[in-house]
Design a protein around this ligand. Sequence first.
Ligand code: KG4
Ligand code: ZN
Length: 386
Amino acid sequence: MNILAIETSCDETAVSIISSENDVLDVRANIVSSQVELHAKWGGVVPNLAAREHTKNILPVLSEALEEAKMTHKDINLLAVTQGPGLIPALLIGTNAAKAFAYAWQKPLLGLHHIEGHIYANFIRGNKKLEIRKTKENKTEKEVKIQFPILALVVSGGHTQLVLMKEHCHYEIIGQTQDDAVGEAFDKAARLLRLPYPGGPAISAWAEKYEKRKMKNEKDKADAYDLKLPRPMLHSGDYNFSFSGIKTAVLYTVRKYEKEHHLTTKDPLPEDFVQAVSLEFQNAVTEVLIKKTLKAAREYGAQTILLAGGVSANTQLRDELATAIKEEIPTVTFSVPPFEYCLDNAAMIAAAASFRWNKMSDVQRKECDSGWKTVLADSNLKMMSL
Ligand code: KG4
Ligand code: ZN
């Protein structure tokens, strides 16, 4: 079947078309129109500006997707849309567009949870055993076998959760952040370091520069700052997280540096210092995420660990989690989405729709025929098991 999905929960207008057969997914089109430049000057996403851009972009992005897939609306069997969570003005554009198309084209419409999409981004390349694929760096890599129980580490701008899945579309949240999400902490720490929005990729790039210098033996300079940020809730005994404390620790570190060097809060910070704080920040976050994930995987007998959400694009987290699993629980497989499906996109929503649809009863599928009137945007939508 051909699934057309729409995602507008934040600052990307995205439409994707996937052909799905027995849960093997073939991405026919994946168009993402990013608004990052527009929001960068405000240091974060401005909801009403995002909605205005989605309104402008939704039809051109949809046409481009159909064109790329070489399809018309007549070829589409199912429409899917991100129903929540997210920014309500932004969600409304996507859901209203999807509802209009569902009504005009007489197609079933399924509303999806954004995080369910991030999780199912891991299934986009299909779950064929040991299929060979090329990574972004053009290295070949064996495809992982994904098996239940799955433990998903969800790390995005709005969520940090450990989700246990004993079967498809069944979610049990075993731990989550008590305050900031990890992506949010990256963005806030970056702001304190005068780095541009979005902060995650910026911190990651600066941390990498510092790491490289250390490797080149520029050690004396690199270690000059003697930084140690906290590892919050590392030994809390549960699977919850907290990231607002690390952010505050970055604030104190920056203020101390400014005071010692007679700088104002507006003066530029030396590259050296920014790199050092970025690396220590990333080390702290990565350590907490990895230790808790491995502990939970052992306790719940996970067969596969999945990484999901925008922060899964972070190279240090991907690499160190992969290494820790290989060394400490080698029978557990590890899956991370291909880079192009880590950040917000609509292919992941189509993927989640495919798995949900295949699990639904005939009655539940029939209900989707009235999706054009029943699907409602919900900024606080809870993830629902099927
Ligand atoms: O999943 P996503 O695209 O949107 C939400 O659902 O929130 O995640 C966005 C978050 C932002 O906070 C961004 O800074 C972070 O993902 N991010 C990264 C990286 N790329 C994006 N964080 C760390 N390292 C990265 N390379
Ligand atoms: Zn997201």
